[in-house]
Structure formats: structure tokens, C-alpha cells
Ligand binder design. Structure first.
Ligand SMILES: CC(C)(COP(=O)(O)OP(=O)(O)OC[C@H]1O[C@@H](n2cnc3c(N)ncnc32)[C@H](O)[C@@H]1OP(=O)(O)O)[C@@H](O)C(=O)NCCC(=O)NCCS
Length: 299
């Protein structure tokens, strides 16, 4: 059987390929025709142009990553996944990136084959990057959800962040790197969930945030949580998370999509206090725990 690997373009029937990537990336396919599009897509198709596989990557000024590779079940183990992967890798390096990376969940059924491809292509040995907790309404049984914010603090909708506050956050970051860049509140801004993404004000200054994203119509991902270092020992990060989750629960009473309060909490593996908290006070109330792996390749 002849397999063609070609760029996926707006002249293709995008809908035939939509389910060949994760829900959170499906929207990228609609943007293929826009100028300066950071998304790279390759399709694998058969002799009658029938869809067989899809590879997706992302190339922006500051980062380049492979988002997903998928091959239809009936065509596994024929080298198609490897070919798609090689095309994405080559295209990213052709765009002058000196380092490219991939992040993926370790519980996908195809992970054995995917990791084999990484190895064959000379990528680094995958390491655990984040722990992912998934849950629903059951989390309301966790006692800490009901702990109120300390009276010294006020929470505000992130959408109310003023331009001056935004500039201050960025200015302080340039000057003293006061938060780890992976927890920057300014990532994936176009899908920030307004319902329960909140900032924390302490003595009139922004001192933290809990930034969330609607990754599926019924699911909110708690993505980037940070509290200023000198305030961390006070446990305010947990109070901030609890406040954000209470807003989620409240929204579920009016937003039908959110009725089950489906949630994903991402915790950086290097964030030891948060990992400890999540293992001790969260794990028992969630339905699934999974790992996010990371691997990279440098030119
Ligand atoms: C991952 C995926 C794209 C691989 O596609 P594919 O076309 O079957 O891959 P290839 O044929 O190019 O290569 C597969 C390699 O993995 C090996 N392999 C297959 N199943 C494996 C397993 N369970 N464990 C280890 N290796 C395995 C094959 O033997 C082959 O190795 P080889 O080249 O040395 O013979 C495909 O399995 C898939 O679509 N899975 C679902 C989506 C997914 O999980 N994607 C990865 C995260 S984005």
C-alpha cells in the first residue's frame, strides 16, 4: 500500500483528521490557513487519499515542540509514525530551533511505540515533568476546599488585572526572576478560564495567581499556581487554590457544561511542597493520577 506524507493544508478536509490529535490541540487545525501560523501539520494518507495519520508540531519564536503523532489502529507498526515524526522534527530544525521538545502523558496506549520512536531518533531519555491529578465533584469532600482566604489577602478575577499590574509583574520578573518561568501567568492566554482564574493581592500588590484553562467544554485545568516566595510558608497557595475551586463549584450551578466539576491539576515535579500537598491531601479525593513526561533533542 502506498502511503503519502504531506503537509495538511486548508484544501484538505480538516474534519477527517480532527480526531487524530488530542482535544486540546484540535482547535489548532482550524488555524492552518492563517498567516504566520505557528502550527505545523503533516498528514499520512493512503492511495485513495484516505486519512491514516496526523503529526502536529508548534513553532514559535521562543519554543518548538512536537504536539502529537497519531496513526490509525489498522496501520500501526509500518513505520508511518516514525515518518510523521521525522517530518515534524526536520521542519522544526529547518526553522532554526536549536532545541525541540515533547511533553506527553504516560498512560496513552501508544506510549511504548512513541517512546521507541524517540529513542530511534536520538531524543533524551524521557523524565517525569509533571504529575496530573484528575477529578470531579468528589474533591468537594476535601476539608481544605472550605478554608477561607486569610483576611490579609484579597482574590480578584484575573481578567481584572490592570495594565500597570501586568507591567509590574513583568518588570519584577526581568529584575529578580521572582517566579519560575514555567509558572508564568501569561501562557496560553487565549484560553484562560475567566470563571475561576484569580490573582492574589497582598498589601495592594499582586503576590500570586491561580491561572486555569478550559481544556475541554466540561473540564478546567488548574495550570499555573504561584505565590510569592516569602509568603509561601504561610500556606496561602493552598488557600488560593481552594478559593479558585470554590468559584469553579459555584459556576457549575449555572454553567451546564461544568456540572460534574471535571478538573485537572498539574503539579510540576520540581515543586516539592506542592507535590507533597497533592499526595497527602488531594490524591484520596481524585479519580486518576498520571504523569507527564518530557524529552528533548538539541541540534
Ligand atoms: C505512537 C504511534 C503514532 C506509533 O505509530 P506507528 O506507525 O505504529 O509507529 P512505527 O511503525 O513508525 O514505529 C513503531 C515502533 O515501536 C515499536 N512498538 C510498537 N508497539 C510497541 C510497544 N508496545 N512497546 C514498545 N515498542 C513498540 C515497533 O516495533 C516499532 O519499532 P521499530 O521501528 O524498531 O520496528 C501510534 O501507536 C499511535 O497513533 N498511538 C496512539 C496515539 C499516541 O499515543 N501517540 C503518542 C503520543 S502523542
Amino acid at each position: 500500500m502506498n502511503i503519502n506524507i504531506q503537509p495538511l493544508t486548508e484544501s484538505d478536509d480538516i474534519n477527517l483528521y480532527r480526531e487524530m490529535t488530542f482535544l486540546r490541540f484540535q482547535g489548532y487545525l482550524d488555524a492552518l490557513q492563517t498567516n504566520n501560523n505557528p502550527v505545523i501539520a503533516f498528514k499520512a494518507s493512503g492511495s485513495n487519499n484516505e486519512p491514516i495519520g496526523l503529526g502536529l508540531a508548534y513553532s514559535a519564536d521562543d519554543e518548538a515542540l512536537i504536539l502529537s503523532v497519531f496513526v490509525d489502529d489498522n496501520h500501526h507498526n509500518r513505520g508511518i509514525g516514525t515518518l510523521l515524526f521525522q517530518k515534524l522534527e526536520q521542519t522544526l530544525f529547518d526553522r532554526n530551533h536549536s532545541k525541540i521538545f515533547v511533553q506527553y502523558q504516560s498512560n496513552n496506549p501508544g506510549i511504548g511505540a512513541f517512546e521507541k520512536i524517540l529513542k530511534k531518533q536520538g531524543w533524551t531519555i524521557p523524565v517525569v515533568d509533571k504529575i496530573i491529578f484528575e477529578g470531579d465533584r468528589n474533591i468537594m469532600k476535601a476539608p481544605w476546599i472550605h478554608y477561607p482566604l486569610s483576611p490579609d489577602l484579597s482574590a480578584f478575577p484575573w481578567s481584572d488585572l490592570t495594565d500597570t499590574e501586568r507591567s509590574m509583574i513583568l518588570y519584577k520578573q526581568r529584575k529578580e526572576q521572582w517566579y519560575p518561568e514555567v509558572l508564568s501567568p501569561f501562557q496560553d492566554e487565549e484560553i484562560i478560564e475567566p470563571l475561576n482564574s484569580i490573582g492574589l493581592r497582598y498589601k495592594g500588590e499582586v503576590a500570586g495567581w491561580c491561572i486555569n484553562h478550559r481544556v475541554a467544554p466540561d473540564t478546567i485545568r488548574y495550570s499555573f499556581m504561584f505565590v510569592r516566595k516569602d509568603l509561601q510558608p504561610l500556606g496561602w497557595g493552598i488557600l488560593l487554590l481552594a478559593e479558585s475551586m470554590r468559584r469553579h463549584i459555584k459556576a457549575s450551578m449555572t454553567d451546564k457544561n461544568l456540572i460534574d466539576c471535571r478538573s485537572i491539576w498539574m503539579v510540576e515535579k520540581t515543586n516539592e511542597p506542592m507535590i507533597k500537598f497533592a499526595e497527602k491531601y488531594m490524591r484520596q479525593w481524585v479519580s486518576k493520577v498520571n504523569e507527564f513526561m518530557y524529552s528533548e533533542k538539541k541540534i
